[in-house]
Design a protein around this ligand. Sequence first.
Ligand code: GAP
Length: 457
Amino acid sequence: MENKLTMEKLVALCKNRGIIFPGSEIYGGFANTWDFGPVGVELKNNIKRAWWKRFVQEDPLTYGVDAAILMNPIVWEASGHVANFGDPKMDCKNCKTRHRADTLIEKHSKGTVAAEAMTNEEMEKYIEEHDIKCPNCGKRDWTPIRKFNPMFVTSRGTLEEDADKVYLRPETCQGEYINFLNVQRSARAKVPFAIAQIGKSFRNEITPGNFLFRTIEFEQMELQMFCHEKDSMNFYQNYKERALNFAKDLGLNEEHLRFHDHDKLAHYAKAACDIQYLFPIGWQELNGIHHRGTWDLSRHQEYSGKSMLYLDPFTNEKFIPNVIEYSIGADRLTLAILCEAYEEEKLENDTRIVLHLHPAIAPYKVAVLPLQKNLNEKAKEIYNILNKEFMCDYDDAGSIGKRYRRQDEIGTPFCVTIDFDTLEDNSVTVRDRDSMQQIRIKKDELIDYISKKIKFN
Ligand code: GAP
């Protein structure tokens, strides 16, 4: 990647410009939590809206839901999370730091060994044979590997002694599986159809970090396509393409994206693939596309006692649908988009930081800037017209050059400057963020001009 972006620079920009703040900062912070500020919340909402538009609104086969975060705990037994979900962790006895055994093996083997498919014993043996040391202190003095269940547990019940254990969901997709029958019946949906949702997930991650990349609370945008087995591979390929196109359309450079097909699969899976993005920390998973066979619905049928069999009205065949899952983190995608958009651009006498965000997802579409304070009345009049259509910023503090820089740093595609000629002829100057070119147009043409420029192609 040419650009010299580091996570530290991005974190600093995000904090200064109201994009993202460290969580609970006035109390000294709370590690790996982040609060979206006035600018960041617009960016993330725009990304979520773009996903929903593409995969729900524009797709007649897909239905949206918004399921509860707290679910009957049996859901997590059926899903396998209570028994199996967990990262293999080891503690370094020397420096008391905790590490994931699979990550250490994958780093050591430069990705050639798929540790996720190894048993604890195989990983311990590999670590010993290859003399893998603690990355923190350089010693090899490990505890045995233990599974660490990253589900956050809370309790339901008024008295402590009769409180029931409940879990904060570690993924949103279970809310889609358990509503398969409800959606199918109420929407009279015919297989193939998909259920999608966007919502918070929580994981007590062992190795969180790298800003928004891996956090303990995050949003997922997940979609489950329920289909007949004979169509399942086509849907799998189709979602791979659609997921890649979506990432590109949001502004991620094709050269910074690649497919990573999994060699080792979960026992029920028929195929699995990540789309990776070249983050400043290297190639990392951006999203997953998984062919999950009939595993999820079969398990919920077994644990709930409710039949998940679908009767095909055309062929009279009864079957449990296969599931193709497309899952992407809204925060991780926001991070990728920020990384891609960031540029330190050398100008003749200066350097500017600019976020080249696609205008459709930019937090503010336009900023209204009166050249001088005594033009505030006219500028406010124009601001009040524009803010009925777009998220707008208003800034009358400091020199016009500084105000342009502030807008560049939050990716505002257009700045509208009000000057004394505006009072005479109702024309304004529109400055383009990327080219810094300025044009003069009538104030009545502004909505049309901006609307056309902020659309996805
Ligand atoms: N339902 C399948 C599932 O949850 P996953 O690979 O564990 O699969 C899917 O997560 C996506 O959710 C990831 O590709 C990533 O974008 C996002 N994600 C997962 N864990 C995350 C975390 N701790 N912090 C931020 N995003 C995360």
